[in-house]
Structures are given as C-alpha cells and as structure tokens.
Design a protein around this ligand. Structure first.
Ligand SMILES: [Zn+2]
Length: 408
C-alpha cells in the first residue's frame, strides 16, 4: 500500500503540463514531459521490466514484462504523463485519512471541496483522499494511471506464481492537447489488445465514444455604406444568423445526453463583410453522425442558392471515430476486463463516453483499446481528487486482467 502511494505522490509533484500552442509542432510539447519519461524509464528498469525504450519521434516510453506462460494474448496498458491546461507549479498533494463526508479545506487557498457541490464525495466516506492545496490541479489524470500500471507490473514481477502472458506498457505525452496518440506505433507495441488507464471513478469500462467532426463555415458579405445600402448590402452576420437558425435546435449539448448526438456552435466571429462559424458534430451512431454532417452541408448549400454568388464556404473534417465499431469485431478486451472487475466485486459501468479517448485513435490504428478507470474525479482543475482505495482497485484490475487472459 505504502509503496504505490509514495510512487503516486512522487509523480504528481513533477510538473508535466503540456502546451496547447506547441501541440504537434514540438514532440513532446514541453521538455518536462520527456524528463518525466526518462526518470520513469529508469524506474521501469529497476523494477525488472525489459525492452525499456523511449521513442523520441512519438514521445512514448514502452517496456515489456515477459510472459511466464505460453499461448496467452499479448496485452498492453497505456497511460499519459502530461496534465491538463491548469496550474501545475508546485503541486502539493494533501492527504485526508478516513474521510468523514464533510467539507475539505484545500490548504491555505480558501477553496473548499464540498459534497454539496460534488455529491460524489459521499462515495468516499471512510477512504483516504488525496486532494490539491487549491492552487493547482492534482494530476491524478493521468499520473494515477501511470502509477497503477507500474505498480501492477512490479506486483507481477514480485509474485511469479501468478501466471500471465507477455505484457507491454506504454507511457505517452500530450494527451491533453489532443495529439499524444497521433504517432503511436501499434506495430512496435505488438499487442493483441490494450487498455488506456485513463478513466474516472471505479468501475468505468469505456469502449464506446463519439464519432466526431468539425465544420468551419466562412461567410462572405458585401459591405456598403449603411445609408445607401438598400438592395445592395449583404450582411455576413445576417447570414450567420440564418445558418444558426437552420440548425436543429434540439441537437445541442445542453439538451442531449447518453447516446444523443449534437451539432454544437462553439465559435462565431464576424463583421458585415466577413463572418465565420465553427461547429463540432458528435454522435455515437455512425449513420446519425453522417446525417448530422449532411444537415450542415445542406444548410450551407441552401443558403448559397438564395444569394447571388457562393457566399458560404464549408470545410468539414472528421476528428475521431467511435471505437466500438472496432472493438465489436474483437470483444476479448472488454470481456476480460468485465470479468476481472466482476471477480473483484467491482460494479462495472459501461456508459458510453460523450467525448473521445486516445484509445479511440489507437483502436482505429488496428489495436482494440478500451478505457479503464484510473480512479480520479473532478479532472482538470483545483477540485481534482483521488482515493488511495481507488488506485489500489485499479492496480488489482490490471493484475486480474493479466491472470484471466492467461487462463484462456
Ligand atoms: Zn487523461
């Protein structure tokens, strides 16, 4: 118990914030992430993993735990070392033993983590909570995942009576700025299936995410002196309004949940002469997703037909896809993880993600990669927390997955 806690606290104290402005331009986007990987690679060697190597091109550290049994599938576990776009200077984790269900004062910051605001806290009564001091995020997203994978590998090495196949681990950068898995080397990783340890509360097993696209609409108006504008001026802002009014008003994030998709206006800029609108389009269902893209296309075409020249230009591209389409073809990853959680008495939560994961990109590279809970909650801000018990459960799940996969 002590050891993985020390490991986790050591990881979170290292500032590994990624930088959106350098995402994909410099790999990794901040040097501190590479420093973290270098330290981590030494640790992996120390605990006895082999083939430890850092790929400078994609900023992934990979390593192997050799099999001690034959004919088991090769399983991968993946976590990211960077933290989200929030202060990560001098992270000072606070430990609250035997949580009593009341408000937690976060250091001297004046911020309070309260079950009134975050009712989920009530699930942690009696547990040991790790919080921030209110000035930074915690970075349990995804240092908890890193800690869990390393600790599970160490446990398997120290308990050779547990039979397992070959296990590969990978630690990457820049997940939070959306480019971390772009150059992931599936072939080099060489797994039958893998898991990202990057979910939230205990029990999460995610293998369905959105299909996602972004649509940028550029609008060209015709600016004329307003005093002399009758039948001459074409106001790009008016066209913007026409476009937005033509979009289905119930398909927006604030009116949808579960498997309902949306067409979401995220940005609008403009003046009389030029305007632009940016939408994101999301749906779990491939057909409904394509329908939504068609709606956006049709709205733009209809507007163009109404005006003298092509006033509206649409550029739309797919961002990521629902990994369920891949994972349904080979369900071993989900079946084994489900069984592992059931054996451990964990209630499995397979709710679809209303977002994406690195695993969805990796799945579409040919490696089925669902996402498992890492235990933290309230990611990406000062109210982030994780319980020691949740981290322990995630370690147990990894070990159990290794065991069950070797039984098959
Ligand atoms: Zn994460």
């Amino acid at each position: 118990m002590e050891k993985f806690l020390d490991r986790f606290l050591g990881y979170v104290k290292k500032n590994t914030r990624s930088d959106d402005t350098k995402a994909g331009v410099v790999i990794p986007s901040t040097p501190s992430q590479m420093e973290f990987l270098k330290d981590l690679s030494e640790e992996l060697k120390e605990i006895g993993l082999v083939d430890v190597k850092i790929n400078e091109k994609n900023a992934f550290l990979t390593a192997t735990l050799p099999a001690n049994v034959e004919n088991a599938p090769v399983i991968g576990f993946i976590a990211h070392v960077d933290t989200a776009d929030f202060n990560a200077e001098n992270i000072s984790p606070q430990i609250h033993e035997n949580y009593d269900g009341k408000d937690i004062v976060l250091g001297d910051s004046g911020f309070v983590l309260s079950p009134q605001e975050f009712p989920n806290l009530k699930n942690y009564i009696g547990q040991t909570l790790i919080t921030t001091d209110g000035t930074t995020l915690l970075g349990a997203d995804d240092k908890a995942g890193v800690c869990e994978i390393v600790s599970a590998m160490e446990y398997l090495i120290n308990n050779p009576q547990i039979k397992h196949g070959k296990i590969r681990v990978a630690f990457g950068c820049d997940e939070e700025v959306g480019v971390g898995a772009d150059h992931f080397d599936v072939k080099d990783f060489g797994c039958d299936f893998a898991y990202t340890m990057d979910g939230s509360a205990v029990g999460e097993l995610q293998f369905e995410c959105f299909n996602a696209a972004e649509a940028k609409i550029d609008i060209l108006g015709k600016s004329v002196h307003p005093g002399d504008a009758k039948n001459k001026m074409i106001n790009a802002l008016t066209i913007s309004r026409e476009i937005q009014n033509a979009m289905p008003s119930i398909c927006v994030p604030e009116k949808t949940e579960n498997r309902e998709g949306f067409i979401h206006l995220i940005e609008a800029h403009g003046n009389v002469e030029n305007a632009s609108l940016t939408y994101i389009i999301r749906d779990h269902d491939k057909t409904l997703f394509e329908n939504k893209k068609y709606i956006v296309k049709k709205v733009c075409e209809d507007i163009n037909e109404r005006y003298d020249i092509e006033r509206v230009k649409l550029s739309m591209h797919d961002e990521y896809r629902n990994m369920a389409d891949i994972i349904k073809k080979d369900t071993r990853s989900v079946d084994i993880a489900t069984k592992a959680m059931e054996v451990l008495g964990i209630e499995v939560n397979k709710a679809p993600i209303r977002g994406g994961t690195d695993g969805s990109k990796i799945s579409f590279m040919g490696l089925p990669t669902p996402n498992i809970f890492a235990g933290g909650e309230n990611f990406h801000g000062r109210f982030e927390f994780v319980s020691v018990e949740s981290i322990k459960k995630a370690i147990d799940v990894i070990v159990e997955i290794a065991k069950i996969a070797a039984e098959k």
